[in-house]
Design a protein. Structure first.
Length: 321
């Protein structure tokens, strides 16, 4: 993946921290060029999780085609491998329609799976995952992280002791294949298509955090708590699922379970979202090939405008950044 291109990209990637203005810029690009948006968001794939994931409105989705939104039930799992397959298929379909694929979001694992490839890993095993989750409830994720460190130190070094989802996956892969996740990940293949990748970060950290906190309050006013309550009332969902590990959802779930007051849940949700933004920026900063857009001024946005124009089937070539 590179931003200095002599040939046009097949797709344009727009990533950045949450609440950084990516969606608004994507819609601006779609107003100027024949764009279809592919969501790169591990929570927007789930039906019934609308307010807390800041999904585009039905009107917006009608005006501009959006993909990989509402593709599965919260009880199901959706993996980085499935995203890569879906995204590559959609890029081909969108280009076949003579339009530009614009992949937009903040799930850095998905972007990395697309650009750097993903190892040939087994599909999720619900029964095995349930057993691992039962052990985590008994022992705690930090204990399972220590177990992973003994079995696969390289994988454990990249996973936080409280990151249950990734600990579970690493243990699951080793149980299913007999091989370490870190060894299998070395077999990953990079993207088979040319991509132009951009980072939108027009705000300083203090302003970004202010926007995050304000947006969480706006979500609460829009019915976020009622949305979580409806999910909890289904009776078949629990916080061990990947869907309900999304920031905001697990904190409000804890309130509805009587574990904390609402004010504390809101504060925890805001804090978790700020921490998510930190992790997103850490991932982004580890990739020197990305082209940064540090303001919303036309001059600063010119590289992504040019990339989208060049990505339209039949256009010419030029440098992008």
């Amino acid at each position: 993946m590179t931003t200095e291109r002599t040939t046009p990209a097949d797709a344009v990637l727009l990533m950045g921290p949450t609440a950084g203005g990516k969606s608004a810029l994507a819609l601006e690009l779609a107003a100027r060029w024949p764009v279809e948006i592919v969501s790169v968001d591990s929570a927007q794939v789930y039906r019934g999780m609308d307010v807390g994931t800041a999904k585009p409105s039905p009107g917006t989705r009608k005006a501009v085609p959006h993909h990989l939104i509402d593709v599965c039930d919260p009880a199901e799992s959706y993996s980085a491998g499935r995203f890569r397959r879906d995204a590559l298929r959609l890029v081909a379909e969108i280009r076949a329609r003579g339009r530009v694929p614009l992949l937009v979001g903040g799930t850095m694992l998905y972007f990395r799976a697309l650009t750097r490839g993903i190892a040939p890993l087994p599909e999720a095993d619900p029964e095995l995952r349930a057993r691992i989750e039962a052990r985590a409830r008994e022992m705690g994720w930090p204990r399972l992280h220590a177990e992973l460190a003994a079995r696969d130190p390289d994988a454990a070094a990249r996973i936080r002791p409280a990151d249950g989802q990734r600990i579970q996956r690493a243990l699951e892969v080793q149980e299913l294949t007999g091989q370490r996740l870190s060894d299998l990940q070395k077999l990953a293949e990079p993207s088979p298509i040319p991509l132009a990748a951009f980072v939108l970060q027009p705000f300083g950290r203090e302003e970004l955090y202010r926007r995050i906190d304000l947006r969480f309050l706006e979500m609460m006013e829009a019915g976020f708590l009622d949305e979580v309550r409806s999910l909890r009332d289904r009776g078949d969902l629990h916080t061990g699922l990947g869907s309900l590990r999304a920031v905001g959802y697990r904190q409000l779930w804890a309130h509805l379970a009587g574990e904390c007051k609402l004010d504390a849940a809101i504060a925890a949700g805001q804090r978790a979202t700020r921490n998510l933004a930190k992790r997103q920026l850490t991932w982004i900063n580890s990739d020197p090939s990305l082209c940064w857009l540090r303001s919303l001024e036309d001059q600063e946005l010119a590289p992504i405008h040019e990339a989208v124009e060049l990505a339209a089937p039949g256009r010419g070539t030029a440098g992008l950044c």
